[in-house]
Design a protein around this ligand. Structure first.
Ligand code: ZN
Length: 96
């Protein structure tokens, strides 16, 4: 079993939050809709266009998806299988 501390995740999120996005409010709004699976087709298209042109938000999106996977699978964040930790670390490494 590996360890994935909340503090570590928080520091990653803080790092991403500090990244520069030219249109953060709009990106974040679309991002939330897509992550919550509430975006309609037009919003998804806009998201894909926007995210391709916005590296900070693209990275944030990847991290959010990785975290969401953990939460969705109802896995204890403090005690998760080693391979899952590795896969999250890999995703985050690619995202940062
Ligand atoms: Zn953005």
């Amino acid at each position: 079993m590996g360890r994935l501390s909340g503090a570590w995740l928080k520091s990653k999120l803080k790092f991403l939050k500090n990244m520069d996005c030219p249109d953060q409010a709009r990106c974040f709004e679309i991002l939330q809709l897509v992550l919550d699976e509430e975006a309609d087709e037009a919003q998804r298209e806009r998201f894909e266009l926007q995210i391709k042109n916005c590296m900070p938000c693209y990275k944030r999106y990847n991290l959010d998806v990785a975290i969401k996977d953990v939460l969705k699978n109802k896995i204890e964040v403090k005690s998760v299988p080693e391979d899952l930790v590795d896969s999250i670390k890999f995703k985050i490494k690619n995202a940062t």
